[in-house]
Write a protein that binds this ligand. Structure first.
Ligand SMILES: [Mg+2]
Length: 431
C-alpha cells in the first residue's frame, strides 16, 4: 500500500496573530496575550515579542522590563474559537479526514484527496491562499508533511518562523511547508531535540537523561527492553516507536461523534490564594460550569473528582449512588470529603473538578419525588436564561461577590465538549 500523506497544520503565534489581525494598530508590534482575569503572566506572545525572548509563561513584569513598549492584551477565546472554526471550514473542503488537535492545530489525511487538487504542494498553496483571503493576511500557519502524524507534527514544528533550528533546506522552495520522508528520518533526528517530539516533555526528557539518552538518535538505538523497564509498557513502547519514527494512529475526523466520557474544569488562581472564602467561591463556580456543560450534553454523572493544589495537594474521587448534573449537587457531594484537609491548607493555587461515569439523562429513571423534579425545573429555567444572556447571569447567592468567570473554551479544547460543539455546528451532510 502506498504511504499515507498526513499534513499537520499549526498556526504561528496563534492568539497574538488573531489579535493583530483584528486590531491593525498592534500589528508589527510586540504584544503579549494575558489571561482574561489576570495580567500577571503572558500566555501567548507575538512573533515580535518572541524575538525579544518573551514567551509563554513569562511574567508580565519581567516582559515589561525586557520591552517597556509591550502591549498587553487580555485573551478572548471566543474570538480564537471563531477563527478555528473558519479554519476547519476550509480544511474540510480538502479532506473529510481532518482532526482538530488543539484550538490552532489540525491533522489532515489527504492520501485520497491530494490528487484531486493537483498534488500535496498545490493543495497546500490553495489552502494558504484561502487562509489569507478568508481568515486574514496576518494569520499564518506552518505546514508539515509526512507519512504519519508523529513526523508530520515534527515537520511543522521544525518549520516555524521562529524555529530554534532552521530546517536545512526548506523542501518546498519557499512555499512554507516542510516534508519528512522515510529516508530523511536519521538526518532529521540528528538535528532535532528530544523535546521537539510531541509527547516528550521536560519530565520524560529528564528521565531519559538519567538512563543516558540525550538525543533522538540515542533513543532510536535504545532497546525496547530498557525503555519498558524504565517507563513501563505503554510509555516504553511509545518511546521506542518515536525512536523509529513509527506512528500508526489514525487521523480521527472531528465530525465523528465523540463519546464524551468526562467533563471537567481546571482553573489556576491568579495568586497563591490564602482566603478560604475565595477558594470556595471559585470551586463553586467551577462546579456550576461543569453542571452547565453536563446539561448541555444531556448527561448526568456519578463519579466526581476534585483536586486542590497549593501548600499541599488535596484530592478526592468517589462514585456516588445518585447521578448529578447541577453545580450545587456536585459541590455538595464532593466537598465534604476534603473539608477537614482543606481547613489545614494554607493556600490554594489550582482547582480541578471533573465528573465522569456519565449517562444520558433520558436513560436515567425519572425523579422519584416532586421536589427533585422541581429542582430540575429551576435548573433548566436558569439554563434558559443563561443561554440567552450569557453564562452565569443568574448565579448562586454565594457567588455574588466573586469574580465572574466565563465558560469560555480554553486554548487546548481540553475536554471533548468544545470539540463536540464544533462538530455540531457543521452542515448536516458532513455528519
Ligand atoms: Mg500554534
Amino acid at each position: 500500500m502506498a504511504a499515507k500523506i498526513i499534513l499537520h497544520i499549526d498556526f504561528d503565534s496563534f492568539f497574538a496573530s488573531v489579535e493583530q489581525q483584528y486590531r491593525p494598530e498592534v500589528r508589527n508590534k510586540p504584544i503579549g496575550v494575558t489571561a482574561a482575569n489576570s495580567r500577571t503572566c503572558i500566555i501567548a506572545s507575538s512573533r515580535e515579542a518572541k524575538r525579544l525572548g518573551i514567551k509563554t509563561g513569562t511574567r508580565s513584569y519581567e516582559a515589561l522590563k525586557i520591552c517597556p513598549g509591550l502591549v498587553l492584551v487580555p485573551a478572548d477565546f471566543n474570538k480564537y474559537f471563531d477563527v478555528s472554526k473558519k479554519f476547519l471550514d476550509i480544511c474540510k473542503d480538502y479532506s473529510p479526514f481532518t482532526e482538530l488537535f488543539s484550538i490552532d492545530e489540525v491533522f489532515m489525511d489527504v492520501t485520497l484527496t491530494a490528487g484531486l487538487f493537483g498534488g500535496t504542494s498545490s493543495l497546500i498553496k490553495t489552502m494558504k491562499e484561502r487562509i489569507k483571503d478568508e481568515i486574514g493576511e496576518y494569520i499564518t500557519a506552518s505546514f508539515g508533511i509526512s507519512h504519519n502524524k508523529l513526523l508530520a507534527k515534527l515537520a511543522s514544528g521544525l518549520n516555524k518562523p521562529n524555529a530554534r533550528l532552521q530546517t536545512p533546506k526548506r523542501s518546498d522552495g519557499g512555499q512554507g511547508f516542510f516534508e519528512i520522508k522515510q529516508e530523511d528520518i536519521v538526518k532529521i533526528y540528528q538535528m532535532a531535540k528530544l523535546t521537539d517530539i510531541c509527547g516528550i516533555g521536560e519530565r520524560i526528557r529528564r528521565r531519559l537523561a538519567d538512563i543516558g539518552i540525550n538525543t533522538l538518535i540515542q533513543l532510536r538505538n535504545a532497546s525496547l527492553e530498557l525503555l519498558v523497564k524504565e517507563f513501563g509498557n505503554v510509555e516504553g513502547h511509545f518511546l521506542k516507536s518515536v525512536g523509529l519514527g513509527i506512528d500508526e494512529s489514525r487521523v480521527i475526523p472531528y465530525t465523528q461523534p465523540q463519546e464524551v466520557k468526562s467533563v471537567g474544569r481546571s482553573y489556576c488562581l491568579p495568586k497563591n490564594e490564602p482566603s478560604k472564602k475565595i477558594v470556595l467561591q471559585n470551586l463553586y463556580e467551577l462546579c456550576e460550569e461543569v453542571g452547565i456543560k453536563l446539561r448541555r450534553l444531556g448527561k448526568k454523572g456519578k463519579t466526581i473528582g476534585l483536586g486542590l493544589n497549593g501548600s499541599s495537594y488535596i484530592k478526592a474521587r468517589k462514585t456516588f449512588r445518585d447521578y448529578a448534573d447541577s453545580g450545587s449537587q456536585i459541590y455538595n457531594l464532593i466537598f465534604p470529603l476534603i473539608e477537614e484537609d482543606f481547613k489545614n491548607q494554607k493556600y490554594v493555587r489550582q482547582i480541578h473538578i471533573w465528573v465522569s461515569g456519565l449517562e444520558d439523562k433520558q436513560r436515567l429513571t425519572l425523579p422519584l419525588f416532586d421536589f427533585e423534579e422541581k429542582k430540575d425545573k429551576i435548573v433548566s429555567t436558569i439554563d434558559k436564561i443563561n443561554n440567552k444572556f450569557g453564562d452565569h447571569t443568574i448565579r448562586s447567592g454565594f457567588l455574588l461577590y466573586a469574580d465572574k468567570l466565563t465558560t469560555a473554551p480554553n486554548g487546548y479544547l481540553a475536554d471533548r465538549y468544545e470539540r463536540s460543539k464544533l462538530a455540531e455546528s457543521e452542515p448536516a451532510h458532513y455528519k
